[in-house]
Write a protein that binds this ligand. Sequence first.
Ligand code: NAD
Length: 339
Amino acid sequence: METEYALACEELRAAPRRWLVTGAAGFIGSNLLEQLLRLGQEVVALDDLSTGRLHNIEEAVAASGAPADRCRFIEADAADRDAALEACRGVDIVLHQAAMGSVPRSIEEPLATYACNVEGLVSVLDAARESGVQRLVYASSNSVYGDSTHLPQMENRIGTAQSPYAASKRVNEMYANMHRRSYGVELVGQRYFNVFGKRQNPDGPYSSVIPRWIGLLLDGQPCRIYGDGRSSRDFFYVDDVVQANLLAATAEASATGAIYNVASGDPTTLNELFGIIRDGLSRTRPELRDVEPLYEQLRAGEIRHSYADISRARQRLGYVPTHSLAQGLERTLDWYTAH
Ligand code: NAD
């Protein structure tokens, strides 16, 4: 039997639409762009290149095999109203990914986080309304669960935000909800958990753990685990974020106006994660076989366990994760080794 996702892809191929992907030069945005182009869609890609790279867009276009003129790139801040209006012109569906995505960076730069994440979304919401966009799907985050200790994390049981980043994502959800009620644009929020895959930036002080560890191991550098390594997270492969976005973008109108967890639904400890990455890399780099992480003191404010209940997305969007952690990591390691 065909999955909902396969049906959605078929439907899009048969009747292409015009999309705006904000944050398209970043990790998730460029993976969305690649799949949309592969499905024959026309895409406006907006990014201010603050953390993203033009190379990611070029690589996504090349990998899709689509003619380059099906993607138009606009270099601009999503919070710039004129740029947002220009980007939304003639667009059917917006996938809003642009944000400053790091919790520690948000603690150091709360004003910039607000300007980017809150003003950025409000600007895109307003431009979408004015341009007659039919539907807008936006990236929220599992950080909105904050200090809630309820597991698995369910959409209607959030805690108090623990960082400017988490607060900005919660405010995004409130604005989106208000906007839907006041103006009638179809809106879907997606709380991503810990996404990994190709084109995720391994460098810099704010990089995520999977690309950082891959980069460190390939460079022969030590990897640090804060705490005893038994903390867990819900790591999942980027193709499943792409799936969730396209399902949300094409779902019946009755599935909009909601927020969905997007994740694998399974916890993985940091020790397990380190072992899978090290064993995967040591297939081609045998000298890594016996490498162990360095354990350091748990950092203040770090949550111990996080994993999602994904039943709402399963039931209402037909979301079914397609890659186990091991499968996703195998693809990811191949990509980083080749790049
Ligand atoms: P990323 O940093 O790779 O991509 C974000 C992109 O947005 C970058 O290309 C950046 O240049 C661009 N950008 C930032 N501010 C902008 C602005 N004001 N105007 C235009 N472009 C701007 O991050 P990502 O991991 O791809 O994250 C995408 C979205 O998913 C973000 O909203 C993030 O908060 C959310 N998210 C990601 C994860 C994850 O595990 N990667 C988890 C939860 C939520």
